[in-house]
Design a binder for this molecule. Structure first.
Ligand code: GCU
Length: 326
């Protein structure tokens, strides 16, 4: 006998198909986990408009924000079976499906923000997008998600020593857990949608994210210490279901690629502004923004880096270091 919850999930999945036809237009369903204020949502609106324009209104996106279709992990699973057409997820939950993506959870891999963007746009970034294919996914591009820093509920973090004994929420990725452990905290995976309550109720003592997500999720209300240690840079990845992609004719595929490119360009222009706005707004709301000597944090992760010696991860780090050093 089917369990009731499983039964309703099955009905829901049967009801959803990754794409359909509405008024002779092909409609691709796209889910993501941010609300409509976030630049990611606005960038997806740019993608929707671009797709309508370049396809002469024969294709469009139907957008489901605010995790209406589930967590990022669940949306990847829906994508694999073609129940939704597109999503954008952080590279961290993607690691369970595409292990190569763990490189982004390794702390202090990029020299600076420009280096990070150059890597995304390089053969290394493209190679990682291509690595999604065996998992029935099509990696179409990256949104900038800046760098991630710690934020805590009741005690400021000035150095890794302050993280000792603190439960820090991480995304669902072994490397994200290793990163927090290497810096002295206790990693605790929790879904993004449950994090506000987890911080408020003391299930965790802190979390880590980029300033726009910290601000727009209102986590600053319950975690008013933000330490700018910038330990990692984890991009958001635009994914399409391979099932749906393979059903498109080459012209339609090229329209989707063009629409993605426009959205990526728009989002890149917005990111810096969003980061500055977020830091200013949380400071106005009383958040203590803690500037730290990142060299101390970097020293702390050297053992983790050394543990990669001789692995393919060390090779990828080497390739990343070479980007931009001509
Ligand atoms: C970033 C990312 C989100 C992700 C979130 C998280 O904000 O853009 O896609 O859900 O981190 O930490 O869960």
């Amino acid at each position: 006998m089917l369990h009731c919850k499983k039964y309703s999930v099955l009905i829901f999945i049967l009801w959803l198909v990754g794409c359909g036809v509405d008024d002779q237009r092909m409609v691709i369903r796209m889910g993501h986990n941010f609300d409509t204020q976030h630049t990611i949502h606005r960038s997806i609106l740019v993608m929707q408009q671009a797709l309508e324009r370049v396809s002469n209104n024969t294709m469009t996106l139907q957008i489901y924000p605010s995790a209406q279709l589930g967590s990022e992990r669940e949306m990847i699973e829906l994508l694999q079976i073609g129940s939704i057409g597109m999503t954008k997820v952080s590279a961290s939950p993607l690691v369970s499906f595409v292990p190569e993506m763990q490189i982004f959870d390794v702390p202090y891999v990029f020299r600076n923000h420009d280096h990070f963007l150059s890597v995304l746009d390089s053969h290394v970034g493209q190679g990682l997008l291509n690595a999604t294919a065996p998992s029935k996914l099509v990696g179409l591009g990256y949104f900038d998600a800046g760098s991630r820093s710690f934020y805590t509920t009741s005690k400021p973090v000035h150095s890794p020593a302050d993280l000792a004994g603190m439960k820090i929420r991480v995304q669902e990725s072994q490397m994200a857990m290793a990163m927090v452990a290497s810096l002295g905290g206790s990693p605790t995976p929790i879904a993004w949608g449950e994090l506000y309550t987890a911080l408020q109720q003391g299930v965790v003592d802190g979390a880590e994210n980029n300033p726009p997500s910290y601000y727009l999720s209102r986590h600053f209300e319950v975690a008013p210490f933000f330490t700018l240690d910038e330990h990692s840079a984890v991009p958001d990845v635009l994914l399409m279901s391979k099932v749906i992609w393979d059903d498109l004719i080459p012209t339609q595929q090229s329209w989707v690629k063009l629409a993605v490119q426009e959205a990526v360009e728009f989002q890149r222009q917005q990111w810096q502004l969003d980061t500055e706005t977020a830091l200013r707004e949380v400071a106005n709301a009383g958040v203590e923004i803690i500037q730290v000597d990142t060299a101390v944090f970097k020293d702390q992760v050297s053992t983790l880096h050394a543990s990669f010696d001789g692995t393919s991860l060390a090779q990828t780090i080497q390739l990343i270091q070479e980007v931009g050093r001509d």
